[in-house]
Design a protein around this ligand. Sequence first.
Ligand code: 13P
Ligand code: SF4
Length: 329
Amino acid sequence: MSDTLAPTAVDRTAHLYEKVRHVIPEVEWATYADDAEAILRLKQQRNAVVLAHNYQTPEIFHCVSDVVGDSLALAREAQQVDADVIVLAGVHFMAETAKLLNPTKTVLIPDPLAGCSLAESITAADVCSLRAAHPGVPVVTYVNTSADVKAESDICCTSGNAVKVIESLGVDRVIMIPDEFLAQNIARQTGVEVITWPGRCEVHERFTAQDIERIRADHPETVVLAHPECPPEVVAAADLAGSTAQMLDFVVQRRPRQVTLITECSMSDNIAAQHPEIDFVRPCNLCPHMKRNSLAKIRHSLESMTHEVTIDPAVADRARAAVDRMLSV
Ligand code: 13P
Ligand code: SF4
């Protein structure tokens, strides 16, 4: 920078770029700097915080977020937020969960179309039909669902606590909705009989056991971690299965020389930003819903105070009860 020129947004955000320089080329940062700086300013003006899921891209995850984590961590943290405004950089069910747990706050989602194939696979009426078909069997509902569906459920779970939640019920049969692969993977771990629903994550269902075979053939030393939304044969072929936070903890604590994360693409990028010494094999699939978010949309969300997430009060209390039961396990 010359002495005579005023500092640019790129100069003023050099400390932010430092956090992502291993995964974002310097030329690309020029396209983010202005929005990143504006978001930091707007967060102060609005008394807002940004909560971001582990699948957000590195410039969101590392540079403008106050809290990052898996679905479980985001739910727990949303409950603690003191700020007036929560911007949820994730998908719609996550913003709804934040609103359920902290109803007096304004919860914004940068793109209201950020959905989820699991949440879209089931309705409240479907849950009522399942209950009628299996009277007395408790309904355990993955958080990747609408508030309407949660309201018809006994208890929620995430991929990080599903085993604990199911074991806490002390029953031999549960209805576990809507992810059939998660349900099958958890059934294997718990020995509890699980009645499933044919919902799938469109990102994780695409991985195959052959993908892992090929990766192991090309990278014999690699440690393979898979998300439990993957098909059971993929989980069986992996070294370990866990939520996105459990994958991150494993990698950060064990520091394998090389690792393969069978999950959404940004997971590897976000860990690599802080651990350039770890080599990531990247057979990732992109989540089109998570990728609807961007710095520009987060900025717009804070400027215009859109898109506000609201929940029908008739539904909210019952949905909150199912999430609260999960959090108390
Ligand atoms: P977790 O972050 O809870 O593992 O969930 C992954 C996911 O697909 C969220 O949409
Ligand atoms: Fe839904 Fe799968 Fe995307 Fe997560 S990764 S938001 S489960 S479609």
